[in-house]
Design a protein around this ligand. Structure first.
Ligand SMILES: O=C(O)CCC(=O)C(=O)O
Length: 199
């Protein structure tokens, strides 16, 4: 498997590794088809006293009881693993050495969908989680920066895997910004650990 850091000097300080062709084109196409059948939902988030629609669709699959609350506002309750998602989880574990109990899907329907600057520091993932992120469909810009630092851009390709290594969430923020360029649907799957639920 080819492992490439697009920004070799900065990738180690950014605490990420990038595998552009983790999946073959045929595998990525098949997985994209599968993901279109997942149970996508439009969640609402409370921010600064206002309730608003999350600017993307979300879904979650994983081990029983591994609920995931983020931004003290959005509670995701996992559906049981589908066979393709469980097989992908095991393949990422074999390639990286990290284990995962849930996968959260993000569906960006157009350039208006996004995820703002944040870190994934929810206590339910335990200390210093490794998070593995598969991208499918349209290429979107993923930005990462040390807190207080300047962003580095990654263009996450169809079938690629980006791993945010342990420590990354404590020191860095990341986002997928909105774009005015024409883009079709992008699906992102983030495989995460979880300290609760049933195995
Ligand atoms: O879509 C992506 O590549 C990033 C998703 C993300 O930041 C998240 O789910 O926390």
């Amino acid at each position: 498997m080819q492992q490439l850091t697009l920004f070799p000097e900065s990738a180690s300080t950014l605490l990420v590794t990038y595998y552009p062709e983790f999946l073959t084109l045929a595998e990525a196409d098949e997985l994209y088809e599968h993901c279109q059948q997942l149970q996508w939902q439009q969640n609402q988030i409370k921010m600064l006293g206002k309730t608003m629609a999350v600017p993307r669709l979300e879904c979650i699959y994983g081990d029983e009881g591994c609920d995931y609350l983020y931004s003290k506002s959005v509670l995701l309750k996992p559906q049981p693993w589908t066979k393709p998602l469980a097989q992908l989880r095991d393949r990422i574990t074999a390639a990286t050495g990290y284990s995962f109990r849930i996968v959260i899907g993000n569906q960006y329907r157009s350039g208006k969908d996004s995820i703002g600057w944040h870190n994934d520091n929810e206590a339910s993932m335990g200390l210093d989680p490794a998070i593995a992120s598969i991208s499918l469909g349209s290429v979107r810009k993923f930005q990462i920066k040390a807190i207080g630092g300047k962003p580095t851009d990654f263009w996450l390709e169809h079938g690629s895997l980006l791993v945010m290594l342990p420590g990354c969430q404590a020191t860095h923020l990341h986002q997928v910004p909105k774009t005015t360029k024409f883009v079709t649907t992008r699906i992102n799957l983030t495989f995460r650990p979880h300290v609760g639920g049933k195995r």
